[in-house]
Ligand binder design. Structure first.
Ligand code: MRU
Length: 349
């Protein structure tokens, strides 16, 4: 499974809207196609969104041939890409690094700047691969042999350069020979759990059970779940974590059943510029996503609907935040900033 690859001057994205029924690659030759793919969730998951945006900027540079408008063309592409989805901070982290690359080579000709931008996007891809390897190994160490692990949304190879985050940790635990059973929340309204997590687990041969989101409490109460492990779209300096809508509910349930609740994410998802989760912008998506199930309308038309795509889990409900820098526990603020400093460096945003 690979979410994205840059080859022969174009970005190929595995169309996640069509999974698991069809394997279709979207060939992006311009940044507008990349922006549309991010907006419509053809490419999704915080790290993959950031990487796709970085290569979107490379495409903008490649097509902005006219030296006199090169900088304007590239910065317009960055603005358009920045407006696609507001919550996953990896998008802004990646665009910040691309902007810094342009600024630190100001005055160089377009071909040179394009080369630097490509190198910066490739460097982020490589850093993400290294972060995936490290954080999934740390995450796997939290999963005991024989564990039932509940997860929400999709956090496997589809969300990043290689292994993913929480699901990557579960995969590593399985590959270490531990017996693991995954309880997969279907993840309404867009069913990332039912469509994507099951698909990844099936290919990996990891035992799992798909449940609807409202079944999690039932299986926790019956002793089937030993811990919950999820990814993140933005982690504030104090550890408050935005992730797919429904994650907060899982954390509350885990606490009620005295189960550990872990977050796994690279340091590119940590936003030290905001003190707490209150400052996280939550994406509101189209009502039709809630009014339908798998594309089939289920509610009467013209009703009032709320559709926040993410919620914020307060740090006090989180047992540990795993990054490529290790396992941070409460108090999160000093530990997360150590991870960021030791990892990707202080992010340019
Ligand atoms: O709306 P999505 O599908 O992009 O949301 C994805 C999630 O919420 C994931 O759990 C999150 O990005 C963490 S996985 C890196």
């Amino acid at each position: 499974v690979r979410a994205l690859e840059f080859r022969d001057g174009s970005l190929r994205l595995l169309d996640q809207r069509r999974l698991p029924h069809e394997i279709i690659w979207i060939e992006c030759r311009d940044y507008v196609t990349v922006a549309e793919a991010i907006r419509t969730l053809s490419v999704r998951g915080a790290p993959a969104i950031g990487l796709a945006a970085a290569y979107g900027v490379v495409l903008a540079a490649q097509t902005a041939r006219d030296g006199s408008t090169f900088r304007e063309d590239v910065s317009k592409a960055m603005e358009v890409l920045a407006r696609t989805r507001p919550t996953a901070v990896n998008l802004f982290y990646a665009l910040g690094r691309m902007r810094a690359a342009v600024e630190s080579h100001a005055g160089e000709p377009p071909e040179e700047l394009t080369r630097h931008l490509r190198a910066e996007a490739d460097a982020m891809m490589e850093a993400d691969q290294a972060a995936n390897q490290a954080m999934t190994a740390f995450g796997a160490s939290l999963i005991p042999d024989g564990a039932g692990v509940l997860t929400h949304c999709n956090t496997g190879a589809l969300v990043s350069s290689v292994l993913g985050t929480a699901l990557g940790a579960i995969r590593v635990a399985h590959e270490q020979g531990k017996s693991v059973h995954v309880w997969v929340d279907e993840t309404r309204p867009l069913l990332q759990g039912a469509r994507l997590t099951t698909w990844e687990l099936q290919q990996l041969g990891i035992p799992f059970t798909l449940i609807t989101d409202n079944m999690a409490a039932h299986f926790m109460a019956r002793g089937k779940v030993d811990l919950a492990m999820v990814g993140a779209d933005r982690i504030a300096a104090n550890g408050d974590t935005a992730n797919k809508i429904g994650t907060y509910g899982v954390a509350v349930l885990a606490r009620a059943h005295e189960l550990p609740f872990y977050v796994v994410a690279p340091t590119s998802t940590v936003d030290l510029t905001i003190p707490s989760g209150e400052a996280i912008t939550i994406e509101e998506r189209r009502p039709e996503e809630v009014m339908s199930f798998g594309g089939v309308p289920v509610s009467p038309p013209n009703i009032t609907v709320a559709n926040p795509a993410f919620d914020v889990t307060p740090a006090r409900l989180i047992s540990g935040i795993v990054t490529e820098g290790g396992i941070a526990t409460d108090p999160y603020a000093p530990r997360l900033s150590e991870h960021v400093r030791a990892g990707a460096g202080v992010p340019a945003r």
